[in-house]
Write a protein that binds this ligand. Structure first.
Ligand code: NAD
Ligand code: WQD
Length: 346
């Protein structure tokens, strides 16, 4: 029997970038939260920052790897868990090409363990971190939609997301009373507006915005723009950037929707608008107050010109709309970067 009657949301990967911001939002909206993370791409400091911002003494945290099914069981035994938000995964596209088994084992086998334990303990509600990467390139460049865009990814990482979506769908079909929401994020960026929490890549960033902000603060020399010969307004890649706090709020909206018992659902999370690499560099220059140096390099293998979502379903059915614009994303990202030039590891 759990030691307490309080019900908890279990957040896997809650020490990571998106997970930590979501945990804070959950606490601010009155949920009890327990975090499971193996800290393979994070550290405990964001959890302490959450405690400070949410004014709580201690955020329940268990350093458990999803590969450790007994470790997971122990957490489900200790807390009365009502639902799960599942962020924990490896996410580096390039690395996944070289280490596919590591990705399948961590992401897919880890999810199998989590689902097994959920079934064992009668937990039936899950929100899953999916990604724009599950969509196949659209030859006509249309915004991606949940109902008609073709699926298919060109990396092992992307395929782990596709497989995990399918596995969760099969489990929710097979088990009675299961409700699952897949949230397909486009390009998350920004940081908490306090400047206390943000993205803290442990290595040289793979993604554009953490790279740009590290150049802005002087940790890296210049941005390498991967190609300026794409079929876009200035030739550089266009993406749909979303503020991490908009994403965090969307998870709480999704959690509330789970109680409506609608079975399995999928929602894109993005603004529906695209910005080019050069526009992002310019917006960040405005936020930090100085020019950000860049060079044009060859295209990065596997990239395409435009990835933008159609957010209609999330707008209409979830009632979710982004509220933070590009200027706000860059201001918050800059505040985090300049206050924490070395991330959480001061
Ligand atoms: P992140 O690496 O900052 O967070 C993931 C967390 O999961 C980390 O704290 C890591 O230590 C933990 N983790 C990984 N494997 C684990 C395991 N086996 N057991 C326990 N903990 C484990 O990444 P993020 O940017 O916060 O992404 C969160 C989720 O969102 C991931 O599932 C990612 O695939 C997905 N996603 C991210 C993006 C993005 O651009 N950041 C876009 C789309 C989808
Ligand atoms: C954005 C644009 C690059 C870095 C990735 C994953 C996707 C999802 C989100 C997890 C592109 C250009 C980048 C740089 C650059 N993650 N760029 N110089 O590739 O849209 O999506 O993150 O699910 O699965 O693939 O994001 O930030 O890497 O790139 O010019 O140093 O910036 O070519 O046009 P991407 P990104």
């Amino acid at each position: 029997m759990p030691a307490t009657d309080l019900s908890y949301v279990l957040v896997t990967g809650g020490a990571g970038f998106i997970g930590s911001h979501t945990v804070l939002e959950l606490l601010n909206q009155g949920y009890n939260v327990v975090v499971v993370d193996n800290l393979c791409n994070s550290c405990e400091e964001p959890l302490h920052r959450i405690e400070k911002l949410a004014r709580i003494e201690r955020l329940p945290f268990h350093k458990v790897d999803l590969g450790d099914i007994d470790g997971l069981r122990a957490v489900f035994k200790q807390y009365n868990i009502s639902s799960v938000i599942h962020f924990a995964a490896l996410k580096a596209v390039g690395e996944s090409v070289h280490k596919p088994l590591t990705y399948y084992r961590n992401n897919v086998a880890g999810t199998l363990n989590l689902l097994d334990v959920m079934i064992e303990f009668g937990v039936k509600d899950i929100v899953f971190s999916s990604s724009a990467t599950v969509y196949k390139n659209d030859p006509e460049g249309r915004p991606f939609r949940e109902d008609y865009s073709e699926l298919g990814s060109n990396s092992p990482y992307g395929r782990t997301k596709l497989y995990m979506e399918s596995i969760i769908r099969d489990v929710s079909d097979a088990e009675s009373g299961w409700n699952a929401i897949m949230l397909r994020y486009f390009n998350p960026t920004g940081a908490h507006e306090s400047g206390l929490m943000g993205e803290d890549p442990l290595q040289i960033p793979n993604n554009l915005m953490p790279y740009v902000s590290q150049v802005a603060v002087g940790k890296l020399d210049k941005v390498h723009v991967f190609g300026n010969d794409y079929n876009t307004r200035d030739g550089t890649g266009v993406r749909d950037y979303i503020h991490v706090m908009d994403l965090a709020e969307a998870h709480v909206v999704a959690l509330k929707r789970l109680v409506e018992k609608r079975g399995y659902e999928i929602f894109n999370l993005g603004s529906g608008e695209g910005q080019s690499v050069l526009e992002m560099i310019e917006a960040m220059s405005v936020a930090c107050g100085h020019k950000i140096p860049y060079v044009i390099d060859p295209r990065r293998s596997g990239d395409i010109d435009t990835i933008v979502c159609d957010p209609t379903r999330a707008n209409k059915e979830l009632g979710f709309q982004v509220t933070r614009n590009l200027e706000k994303m860059c201001q918050d990202l800059w505040r985090w970067q300049v206050n924490n030039p070395n991330g959480y590891n001061q």
